[in-house]
Structures are given as C-alpha cells and as structure tokens.
Design a protein around this ligand. Structure first.
Ligand code: SAH
Ligand code: TYD
Ligand code: ZN
Length: 409
C-alpha cells in the first residue's frame, strides 16, 4: 500500500506493469550507463478515488535540459492549441487584467499565437531545452517547476493572473498540493484555472493502457479533482471533452463560489458513473476489468507481430511516443520484431527507445523504405498520419493498431 498523494488514505493496487524505464529517456547508441528503472504500478485511493501511480520517478530526473518531447511535432496539435488559446481569451477568461500564465509551456505551442495576438503571457517550464525553443519564438518563459514559490514570485512581479492554464502537465505533478496551492495563490478573484489531461474515462473505455507511464502520475476524473480543488479554496466548475491524446478532458476550476458549476460537468460525472468510475467498489471492479482487457490486448499484440514476422513480413513502428515505452516494454517488443521506429522529433532521432532499445529514425526512412506492416504507436494521431501516408495503404502497406483492440488494416 502507498499513501494517496491527494488525501493520504491507502492506495489499492489495480495494475502492475512491471519494471519500466523512463518513457522519454531515449539513449545514445553507445551509452553504457545503466538504465534507470522503476515499478510502474497503478492504484486507486480507497477514500478520494484518485487513480495514481504507486511509485514515482523524481521530477528532475524526467524534466531537464535534455527533455525529448517537443509539443510542436504534429499539425493537429498546433491547430488544437490555436483553438484552445482563442477559447481561453474569448470564452473562459474574456475580461480581466493580469497575465495568462501557462504551466508546462514546452516549446510555446499554446502561448506563441496568444503572444502574437498581443496578450500578456508567460510560460513556466523546467525543461530548459524546450523552454529555449519557446523564447526563440517570442514567448517569455521562466525556467522553473511551478509551485507555491514560483507562484509567489510571479504574482509579486506581474500581479494576479487572469488565467492559469496547463496542458498535459497537471497530471504529471507528484507535488500536487504545492502546485494547486500555487495556482490558488496566483489567480485573480475572477480568474480561472484551465487544464487538460488524458481522462480516466477514455483510458478505461478505450483500454488505452499505454497512457500509463512515469510522467502520468494521476488519471483524472471529476470527483477526486473536485475534492483536490476544495482543499485549496477552489471549485471544479466545468469539463469539456477534447479529441486530442485519444480523448482528453479540459477541466475548469475557479475560486470557490465565483462560478456556477456547468451542466456539462454534471454530464461528465454521469458518464463517469456509467463507466463505473464513481465510488470505491465500482472503481475497483472497473479497474480490475480494465486490467484484464489490457493484458489480453498486450498478449494479442505480441502474438500478432510474431505471426507476421514468421510469415516473412518486415515490421517497423511509427511515432516514438512516451506511451510506446509502456506498450513495447510491457509486451517485450524489441528490435527482433520492429526494425526501427520513425519519428519527426530531431531530439529522438539517432537514439534508441528506452528499455527495448529500438533505433529511432527520421520519418524520411518510412517514406524511402516503408515496412510491410507498420505499428502505429502514435495511435492518437491516427487520422493525421493515415492521411499523410495515404499512399502507404494504397500500395499494400498494413497499419497495425491496438487501441481499443488489435487490428491489422
Ligand atoms: N503543454 C505541452 C507540453 C506537455 S509535456 C503540451 O501539451 O504539449 C509536459 C511539460 O510539462 C514538459 O515540458 C515538462 O518539462 C513540464 N513540467 C513538468 N512538471 C512541471 C512543473 N511542475 N511545472 C511546470 N512545468 C512542468
Ligand atoms: P504524442 O502524441 O504527444 O505522444 P506521447 O505523449 O505519448 O509522447 O507524441 C507524438 C509523437 O509522434 C512525437 O514524438 C512526434 C511523433 N509523430 C511522428 O513521428 N509523425 C507524425 O506524423 C506525428 C503526427 C507525430
Ligand atoms: Zn485519496
């Protein structure tokens, strides 16, 4: 048993994925340094219901000056964040003075268009290399982990924030109370805290087990989030489903009593109830069923690749995602099965994937010599990738996907 990071109660185990490397720790080919491994284990709190990792990797081991994840690698994501920024300034926080503060601003994918539109923005980003990419595009960025101390410094310098926003970062933060306390301190009285992260509902519904990895400390649903908000004088007031990352949720919090909780939030709660995610008994049973389905998919995926390989087909992967670290290591899919994985991120190319050590190559490799069958590891970009490589399927290339179930196209 470990203690819940939100309320301190016991965390009951739900799924053990075994020893894992860090998901974004791509290795140089000649690197002989022993790989850092940890126990990837999912659990749920028996009191507040927060689904979370039972063992965590220290934040500064994951987020540093050689961080491999650059947000601006997909056209779909650039469009998503442009629309997100517009919604933020036009609908979520249309009035009010003060800056828009983004936590985990990475290479500036959300803030760059807002800065160009004349908004006062500042990013907070601990990974210095991606932060540098943001400042190079004109996004003022503070290189720091966000928490109460950073919030105090920013508020003293810039005044209370009109909005605090974070995409795919809130669920990454083990020191969640220091983080939410910082948000509460920084927000103006009429300000909003908007954040989006993979939603527990889709993870369970779609058997998206590869959303479980070191950086994803929490798997959010409404009830535990509402409780976390209340511990800091905030209130959960809205929830908007998003198609990105296979099915994320955009959550809105405001200082308690300032905004009326939306009907949309009530509907999300009802969907969570329908998925068996509310209440200790139901949650335990739903996660146990999820674990069973995920294990069956893993076994089928490995068996499918072995079968295709035995038939003499060449196999490779597309998208060296963080998620794929879980898929590949849990199913023990290595270079014996996948010749290489193509990825558009220069920081990943020429390196080996964590754990299974499959070579990561530029996307040109896929174009110049595509495999007979391609494992779509960036399955959340399914439409964008299938469209870009329409010629592949037309020439008889086969896409292999595994969310929600194994399919060979
Ligand atoms: N918002 C971007 C990046 C998500 S990756 C997107 O959605 O594409 C998560 C980012 O959060 C990384 O760039 C990481 O360095 C940063 N991060 C992790 N912990 C943080 C913290 N405590 N405060 C601020 N940023 C953090
Ligand atoms: P992402 O979807 O954010 O997944 P994760 O959070 O699990 O890392 O990352 C997508 C990865 O896929 C990123 O490394 C870029 C790569 N990619 C391609 O190689 N080709 C493509 O066409 C697209 C859209 C992404
Ligand atoms: Zn708890």
């Amino acid at each position: 048993m470990s203690a819940c990071l939100v309320c301190g109660a016991d965390v009951a185990p739900a799924l053990d994925l075994g020893r894992m490397p860090m998901s974004n720790a791509f290795r140089a080919p000649g690197d002989s340094v022993e790989e850092f491994l940890f126990d990837l284990r999912l659990g749920h709190c028996v009191d507040c219901g927060m689904v979370q990792l039972m063992h965590r990797v220290p934040a500064d081991a994951m987020f540093h000056a050689d961080y491999a994840y650059f947000s601006s690698t997909s056209r779909g994501m650039a469009a998503h964040f442009r629309a997100f920024g517009r919604w933020l300034v036009e609908e979520a926080a249309p009035d009010g003075a003060g800056p828009i503060v983004e936590i985990g601003s990475n290479d500036g994918i959300l803030l760059a268009p807002l800065a160009e539109a004349g908004e006062t923005v500042i990013g907070v980003e601990p990974s210095a290399n991606v932060a540098r990419a943001a400042t190079d595009r004109g996004v003022p960025t503070e290189i720091a982990f966000f928490g109460l101390e950073t919030a105090r410094r920013l508020r003293a310098r810039l005044g209370p924030a009109r909005a605090v926003v974070g995409a795919n970062v809130t669920c990454h933060v083990e020191a969640i109370h220091d983080y939410v306390a910082g948000v509460a301190h920084l927000l103006a009285g009429d300000g909003v805290f908007v954040f989006e992260d993979p939603w527990l509902g889709t993870i369970v519904e779609q058997t998206a087990v590869d959303q479980i990895y070191d950086e994803h400390v929490f798997y959010f649903a409404a009830d535990p989030l509402a409780r976390l908000a209340a511990m800091h004088g905030l209130e959960l007031v809205d929830a908007l489903a998003q198609p990105v990352h296979g099915g994320s949720m955009r959550w809105v919090m405001a200082p308690a009593g300032r905004r009326r909780p939306s009907d949309r939030l009530a509907r999300v709660r009802a969907r969570e109830a329908g998925l068996g995610l509310r209440g200790r008994q139901a949650l335990g049973a739903s996660l146990a069923a999820f674990a069973g389905r995920a294990t069956a998919v893993r076994d089928e995926l490995r068996a499918t690749l072995e079968r295709l390989k035995r038939k003499g087909l060449s196999l490779a992967g597309v998208g060296a995602t963080a998620k794929s670290a879980t898929t590949l290591n849990w199913a023990r899919i290595g270079p014996d099965l996948l010749d290489w994985i193509s990825d558009t991120t220069p920081a990943k190319q020429g390196r080996l994937t964590p754990g299974m050590r499959i070579p990561v190559v530029p996307q040109a490799r896929f174009v110049d010599g595509p495999p007979d069958a391609a494992l779509l590891l960036a399955w959340n970009h399914d439409r964008e990738i299938r469209q870009a490589f329409a010629w592949y399927a037309e020439r008889g290339g086969r896409w292999i996907t595994y969310v929600p179930a194994v399919r060979v196209g």
